[in-house]
Design a protein around this ligand. Sequence first.
Ligand SMILES: [Zn+2]
Length: 172
Amino acid sequence: MTPVFSSELLLGLLRAAAKSEVEICGILRARGARIVRADPAANVAVDPARHFEIDPAALLGAYRDARTPGAADIAGWYHSHPGGRPDPSPTDAARADPDGRLWLIVGHGVARLWRAVADGAVHGRFDPVCFAVADDRDEAENAKHIEKSRLAVQMDPTGRTLSSVRERDMSR
Ligand SMILES: [Zn+2]
């Protein structure tokens, strides 16, 4: 199942990350493959410019909410790398449980998706994940004709549109 994001949701995170000197972070909620929300949480890390730690109260609240019937699942987490690439750091790998959850990382105006697994290709903990982007929230909710998946998207300088990043451009 290819995770589907709305461009609105991704642009919101990319814009918030671009404005912040500390790592922004939060919780991704999904219905099936569709990421329906990115709930921001306070970053309570000791050095929030270089690390993130989702406010435990927000985590607890999300777990509790996800257990109520009909609520969106906890698909994973997002955080940003101010001034850095959207690739998992060794610290991210050390702190990630190999639980199959998604990690959306935003950095340099680019968003990439990863999955925390036991034998990952990156730092032994993360595999890159292809995802699809729908033009708006309704489309993402009712995704029918979304086939195109990509490994990374970037925000244009106006902060209004997204485009795919070619794979060869990501390794630079
Ligand atoms: Zn990180």
